[in-house]
Design a protein around this ligand. Structure first.
Ligand SMILES: [Zn+2]
Length: 293
C-alpha cells in the first residue's frame, strides 16, 4: 500500500485535527507537521480533546497513526556548543510533545558544525541525542536523522556520517533515518539508479532503519550541495526516477512525504502532485492547473 502525504500546517486552535483535515483535503493518507513555528520556541500546550478527535477521524478514514511524522524545529543545532543546553532542553520538550500527540516518529536535521569540524560536530550530536533520549526514556518516539544536502557545514550529507551518529546512540530502537531525495541528489547520490543507492544504504546503515522518505525534486544539479526543493517532475531528478523511488517494493510500508514548494508562494501543490503520482503519469501542465485551483 502507498502511504503518501505532505508537509501540512499545525494551528494553535485546531492542532492535530486541523493538520489531519488539511492532509485529507489533499487526498493524503499520512502527513508531517511541525508542532509550532520551526524558527522559534513559542509552543502551545497540546489539547488532548483535539488529539482524540484526530485519532478517531484517522480510524474512520482507515489511516495508520504510526505513519504520521513530526518534523523537529530547525533552530535546534546539537553541534553548536554555545547553544547545547538550550538545544537539548528544547528537543526534550519537543519529544515530550510528540509523545503526548501519540506520534511515533520525529525527523531531525542532524545539525551544522559551523567550523568545529565534522568529528567534533558528530560527537556533540551523539552526546545531545543520548541525553534527550534518556530524558524521554518512557516514550517510544523514534528520532529519524535526515540525510542532508551538505549546504554550508551541514552534518549528514554522507551515509557514513549518519551511521557514525547512530552507532553512538545507546538506545538503538530510538533512532532511525529519514532519506530526502532532493538532499541525497544534491549531496551527490544518483537518484536515477536508486537500486544501487539502496544497496549502498543497506550495506552502510541497513534498509530496516528507514522510517520516512521525503520525496522532493531538486532545482539544482547532482552534487550541487544547495538544498532547493522543486515540484515533483519539474526538477533535475525528474518524475520517472521519483516514481520508482515512491513505488519501490523495499520501501512499500514507509511513509512518503512531499515537501515541495507552494506555486508562486501561494498555491499548495500537494493535491495535484499526489494525484499525478497515483496516476503514475507526468503532467507537464500541472503547475498551470495548480495556479487555477
Ligand atoms: Zn526533508
Amino acid at each position: 500500500m502507498l502511504w503518501i502525504g505532505s508537509h501540512v500546517g499545525f494551528q494553535k486552535n485546531t492542532q492535530l485535527l486541523g493538520s489531519l483535515k488539511e492532509a485529507l483535503s489533499y487526498g493524503e493518507n499520512t502527513f508531517m507537521f511541525y508542532t509550532g513555528a520551526p524558527q522559534n520556541t513559542l509552543r502551545q500546550s497540546i489539547n488532548d480533546t483535539l488529539t482524540e478527535e484526530a485519532f478517531s477521524l484517522m480510524k474512520e478514514k482507515g489511516m495508520d497513526p504510526s505513519k504520521v511524522i513530526v518534523h523537529a524545529p530547525y533552530i535546534v543545532n546539537l553541534c553548536n556548543e554555545n547553544n547545547f543546553d538550550f538545544s537539548v532542553s528544547f528537543l526534550t520538550q519537543e519529544v515530550e510533545r510528540v509523545g503526548k500527540l501519540g506520534i511515533s516518529y520525529m525527523v531531525l536535521h542532524p545539525g551544522s558544525h559551523v567550523g568545529l569540524g565534522i568529528e567534533k560536530g558528530i560527537q556533540n550530536i551523539i552526546d545531545g541525542l543520548n541525553i534527550v533520549i534518556q530524558n524521554t526514556k518512557d516514550l517510544n518516539v523514534v528520532i529519524l536523522l535526515e540525510t542532508m544536502a551538505g549546504k554550508g557545514s551541514e552534518v549528514g550529507s554522507k551515509l557514513e556520517e549518519i551511521k557514525q551518529i547512530m552507532d553512538g546512540i545507546h538506545d538503538q530502537k530510538r533512532v532511525g533515518v529519514c532519506i530526502d531525495t532532493c538532499h541525497l541528489h544534491d549531496a551527490g547520490y544518483d537518484m536515477s539508479d536508486f537500486d544501487s543507492f539502496l544497496e549502498e544504504f543497506d550495506s552502510v546503515i541497513g534498509i530496516s532503519r528507514i522510517g520516512c522518505v521525503h520525496v522532493n525534486d531538486s532545482k539544482n544539479d547532482q552534487s550541487s550541495h544547495k538544498d532547493r526543493h522543486e515540484n515533483i517532475g519539474f526538477g533535475k531528478i525528474g518524475f520517472d526516477s521519483l516514481c520508482k523511488i515512491i513505488y519501490h517494493e523495499k520501501l512499500e510500508e514507509i511513509p512518503k512525504i512531499l515537501e515541495t514548494p507552494y506555486v508562486e508562494k501561494e498555491y499548495p501543490p500537494y493535491f495535484y502532485e499526489i494525484q499525478m503520482i497515483r496516476e503514475k503519469k507526468f503532467d507537464e501542465n500541472l503547475i498551470e492547473k495548480i495556479k487555477m485551483q
